[in-house]
Design a protein around this ligand. Structure first.
Ligand code: ADP
Ligand code: MG
Ligand code: ZN
Length: 485
């Protein structure tokens, strides 16, 4: 039996987060009143001249550098002709050859294996407007056109057909999303259409060198839909090939409700677009110093930060992955560590508190970490108190709640709430004596060598003192006392 292999290649559009559009001064703000962010240029009025946004060029060059592309310092823009109502001038300004960036590489890890994904090109182009076919879930018998999105800067990234599974594709997309976010060149949210992905899928017998006929699935709007669409389409093509049929080259759409790919149109040839050099824009000519300055602006990227966190702070893979999931979280963590003398001591506990208590609060109040009422410095102080054994976790949680409400440092709250640790030995000895009498079994077990039994005895004292007894003192006194038994 022949073994069939799936091959996948991606075309990704990423909206650049410049304040203004790529060829005019209109705002790129999302969700504004339809057609309010428009002017004579982005509504394609005859006789208007596009003016290139320098920030958009900077954004794509930074992205290209971060993804190991070759930057083509001399390149031009091209007109891609086609008729569609969302682009009234009947052509899109884009790039053909050479694109601003070519031959990139990104290493992904999928199934614990490293794999290099090669990327053909990363180029600049303008977005189209948006056609609206329904209002309030009601299908219209006409279409509305919103040109707010028209002429917003896009980066188009085209990969080589280097993927063999949906897992690899998802890993790659997550990695791209994260890098782009760290570079702060796009919000990259798929829900808002700021990152859109077309997927090319083909299937061929492993022994064949030649790849199979590809089908393109357009504009799928979430990672989970991408995964489903790929898996469905691979299965569909395998079924055709197994029964000696032929896969036709076509463009399909993913129907997320019915969970099937549906034919949209037969793939038109690239030649149909009749590309020619854009006469209204001068060729791009990037200087070495322009590129050097951008190199300096590239921050440490998430993969490196993660390895550093694991190595320096002995964090688990899981915890480190959480911390780097957003640049703002990683920044908060590192800033917090910088406020204490010996960061290594609190690093792990701090990471835990950020990923559990703090993230739960931020999520439930829909606040992002940079606006957290608990500053990184104050959280570091609280965690230091826990790690040094000065306060128990129970007390720490109480203080944490107050810190959240009042945005105050822990020492002020401790003072005001009269949360007084009991460190007075006589008081603690009394409670320990009672614990020994009332936890007869645990004491016996401890004496017979079961160290874990101590937890129950300490637990009794902590409960008795409503969590106020200094755990270090309790531990010391109990050990002393039990030795003598
Ligand atoms: P075109 O210029 O016709 O759009 P490209 O060569 O630029 O074609 O490829 C477009 C996309 O399709 C790329 O992401 C590429 O990786 C992918 N691709 C090309 N051939 C195949 C194939 N046989 N199977 C799967 N993907 C493919
Ligand atoms: Mg193409
Ligand atoms: Zn405009």
């Amino acid at each position: 039996m022949t073994i069939l292999e799936a091959t996948l290649g991606l075309e990704i559009h990423i909206q650049i987060n410049t304040k203004s559009k790529i060829f005019c001064k209109c705002s790129t703000k999302f969700g504004e009143k339809p057609n309010s962010n428009t002017c004579v240029i982005c509504t394609s009025q005859p006789g208007t001249i596009p003016l290139l946004n320098k920030k958009a060029v900077e954004a794509i060059v930074k992205t290209g550098l971060a993804l190991n592309f070759t930057i083509n310092k001399q390149c031009i823009f091209a007109r891609k002709q086609y008729f569609y109502p969302d682009i009234p001038k009947n052509y899109q300004i884009t790039q053909l050859d050479p694109p601003i960036c070519s031959n990139g590489k990104l290493i992904i890890i999928s199934n614990k294996q490293k794999k290099i994904i090669n990327m053909k090109r990363l180029h600049l182009e303008e977005d189209a407007g948006k056609l609206i076919h329904e209002v309030n879930n009601k299908k219209l018998n006409y279409s509305l056109l919103d040109l707010n999105r028209a002429s917003i800067g896009l980066m188009e990234l085209v990969t080589e057909p280097d993927f063999n599974s949906s897992e690899e594709v998802i890993e790659f997309l997550k990695e791209i999303k994260s890098i782009v976010e760290y570079l702060n060149v796009s919000e990259c949210s798929m829900e808002e259409g700021k990152m859109r992905c077309d997927i090319n899928v083909s299937v061929h017998p492993v022994e064949d060198k030649k790849l199979g006929t590809r089908v393109e699935i357009k504009n799928i709007n979430s990672l989970s839909n991408i995964k489903d669409a790929i898996e469905y389409e691979i299965k569909r093509q395998k079924t055709i090939i197994v029964s000696n049929g032929k896969v036709i080259q076509e463009t399909m759409l993913w129907d997320a409700k019915e969970c099937v790919t549906k034919s949209m149109r037969f793939k038109e040839d690239t030649l149909d677009y009749r590309y020619f050099p854009e006469p209204d824009l001068v060729p791009l000519n990037l200087s070495n110093s322009f590129i050097r300055n951008l190199v300096k602006e590239i921050p440490e990227l998430p993969k490196r930060i993660k390895l550093r966190f694991i190595k320096n702070y002995n964090l688990s893979e899981h915890l480190a992955t959480y911390l780097i999931s957003k640049k703002t979280i990683a920044d908060y963590y590192e800033k917090a560590l910088k406020t204490v003398k010996n960061p290594k001591i609190i690093a792990k506990t701090l990471a835990n508190w950020i990923s559990t208590e703090l993230s739960a609060k931020l999520n439930s109040f829909k606040i992002s970490i940079e606006d957290s009422p608990i500053t990184c410095k104050n959280l570091a102080k609280l965690v230091s108190l826990i790690v040094s054994g000065s306060i128990t976790r129970i007390i720490a949680k109480e203080i944490f709640e107050e810190m959240w409400k009042r945005s105050q440092p822990p020492e002020i709250i401790i003072k005001r709430k009269k949360i007084q640790q009991i460190s007075d030995e006589l008081t603690i000895i009394k409670m320990c004596e009672e614990a020994i009498i009332k936890n007869h079994n645990a004491v016996k077990e401890f004496i017979s060598g079961k160290n874990k039994a101590m937890d129950a005895i300490i637990g009794f004292v902590m409960k008795k003192s409503k969590g106020l007894a200094n755990p270090l003192v309790v531990n010391k006194i109990l050990l002393n006392r039990l030795k003598k038994l």
